[in-house]
Design a protein around this ligand. Sequence first.
Ligand code: SAM
Length: 220
Amino acid sequence: MTAPTTANTTSPTDPSLSARALASWSTNAAYWDATITAHGNKYWRRLQEPCLSRLLASVLSQPNCRALDLATGNGLCARWMVRQGTQDVLATDGSDEMLELARGHCEAAGMVGGVRFRRVDVASREDLRALREEEGRFDVVLMNMAAMDVAELGPLAEGLARGGLLAKGGVYVRLVLSLWTLVLNLVQVCCHGVASCVLHVRGVAKHRPQVRPCHGRPCG
Ligand SMILES: C[S@@+](CC[C@H](N)C(=O)[O-])C[C@H]1O[C@@H](n2cnc3c(N)ncnc32)[C@H](O)[C@@H]1O
């Protein structure tokens, strides 16, 4: 009798899972772009942008702020970060098709100088290592609405750890909106040297814009 095959099973660390997920994003890039549009959908306008503004606007307006947008999609957040004041944004995505769309929107918005582009698979230790070596460290690292799409987050956690992509006092913001529970979860991790702090923001979506971020406890 032939042993059952495991060829169709996947684990979170299966490298092909990440490749297949990215291939799916590339296939659907134009659809995503048409749905989200260059200016964002209602979730962006009503929930995400107001929260990111509270968390990041003051950092992004600092002189010489360096910002990294992970999984940029059509570059929505990269352009938003330029509008907040930073002139040095690196927009990255694992999908070349997404990066092309982002580049086109940035050119149309006259942001050619302020945003650079680079292909980075955040599930790839190699990509993250090369990013750190070639681009240095960042004051802001943002991953908006993408953590749930990434096959494995371990490499990114390692990449952000001490000596990694975050500059001293830098801030990492990862935003995930759970449509099932209508709860917005934000996690902001600030790494500076050995110290780190974690901030959780949670609130029912319809109240979200009025809820202030708070440290270490749920609010809203
Ligand atoms: C839901 S879209 C979010 C795009 C953008 N951050 C926004 O807020 O509009 C998810 C993005 O994650 C990217 N992505 C998925 N897996 C990735 C990976 N392993 N590395 C880098 N980007 C990835 C996709 O290509 C897609 O552009």
